[in-house]
Design a binder for this molecule. Structure first.
Ligand code: KG4
Ligand code: ZN
Length: 332
């Protein structure tokens, strides 16, 4: 079973996630989620082998609520405790859904993250590149706000883009002049802002058609950047002669049909299999964390009660941190 409780409604009035509300909502709902998960699986706590919990990276209040709860449950039941990196959960999902063999290339695209990972084992991740500023989901959300579409911005923009002309506004494809796999989406967002302001300046408002054209232009730019950078990441990946060639995608932005089908085409260009887990397992969920702990339990022991919640926790600690990752070190 995998019980997912969203909090979108609680934050809607504030135009973004409010950390304190997020932490409290976690603490209030954990009992209920665990009862529900056990009921759905027709099991009791006694039947459970181990307790897995996301112990980072992320907004610390929510992570802390989960870690404290899991520790208490582990202490009370004597079951082993596994702290799991949230990104490892996403990155290992193709093994849960498709038994994808290692090593595979993963493009992780969500509201908070964007990176190419070479997934070599349950705890072996090599980052080939990532965003140096905004994540694509964040850009979708911000652009939706700019052109008066609702939140979450991803589905709203995808919908509006269907009737739009992607060529009406000339928007940039940032960092394509750089040979590496790094990406940037912040300048693209600013370009949409300028294009919007120009239209408003001329017509003192945005028509539905303007909205659709801006949405289509923005989405087309994201599609182009992700496709071209994925080609580069695939070349690096194939340079390592993997036994099986697989491109995987995960994270909320993978729900976007234009992005998904463009990545599928890119995979085919290189004769790679393409794995995109079903939406419920692409967006944040409990099953991916339980599964990641099960995979990791094959290569390491459980954590003890000193397990701590980590706001920042890069998967690949050998790489220098990305630009913009702040004074406290790399976010991911
Ligand atoms: O992975 P996720 O559920 O949560 C985390 O960020 O961890 O991703 C949420 C993000 C949001 O920014 C949302 O706008 C974006 O995924 N998203 C989409 C689509 N559906 C959700 N972006 C583009 N197109 C979509 N259809
Ligand atoms: Zn996530």
């Amino acid at each position: 079973s995998s019980v997912v409780l969203g909090q979108t409604d609680l934050h809607a009035a504030f135009g973004g996630v409010v950390p304190e509300i997020a932490a409290r909502a976690h603490a209030e709902k954990l009992d209920h989620c665990i009862e529900q998960a056990l009921a759905d699986a027709a099991l009791t706590l006694r039947d459970v082998d181990a307790i897995a919990v996301t112990s980072g990276p992320g907004l610390i209040g929510g992570v802390l609520s989960g870690v404290m709860y899991a520790k208490a449950l582990s202490a009370a039941t004597g079951k082993p405790l596994y702290g799991v990196n949230h990104l490892a959960g996403h990155a290992l999902t193709p093994r849960l859904t498709d038994s994808t063999p290692y090593p595979y290339l993963m493009l992780l695209v969500s509201g908070g993250h964007c990176q190419f990972l070479l997934v070599k084992g349950p705890e072996q991740f090599e980052r080939l590149g990532g965003t140096i500023d905004d994540a694509p989901g964040e850009a979708f959300d911000k652009v939706a706000r700019l052109i008066a579409l609702q939140q979450p911005g991803g589905p709203a923009i995808e919908n509006a883009a269907r009737t739009g002309d992607p060529k009406r506004f000339a928007l940039p494809r940032p960092l394509l002049d750089r040979a590496d796999c790094d990406m940037s989406f912040s300048g693209l967002k600013t370009a949409v802002l300028r294009a919007r302001d120009k239209v408003i300046g001329e017509k003192s408002g945005l028509s539905r058609e303007d909205q659709a054209d801006l949405a289509a232009g923005f989405q087309a730019a994201v599609v182009d950047v992700l496709a071209e950078k994925t080609r580069r990441a695939i070349r690096v990946y194939l340079g390592k002669n993997p036994a099986v060639r697989t491109l995987c995608v995960a994270g909320g932005v993978a729900a976007n049909k234009a992005i998904g089908s463009s990545l599928e085409t890119v995979a085919a260009e290189f004769d790679c299999a393409f794995v995109a887990p079903p939406m419920v397992l692409c967006t944040d969920n409990a099953a991916m964390i339980a599964f990641a702990a099960a995979e990791q339990s094959q290569v390491r022991g459980p954590d003890d009660l000193t397990l701590s919640a980590r706001p920042r926790w890069p998967l690949d600690t050998d790489q220098p941190s990305m630009l913009g990752s702040g004074k406290k070190g790399a976010k991911a």
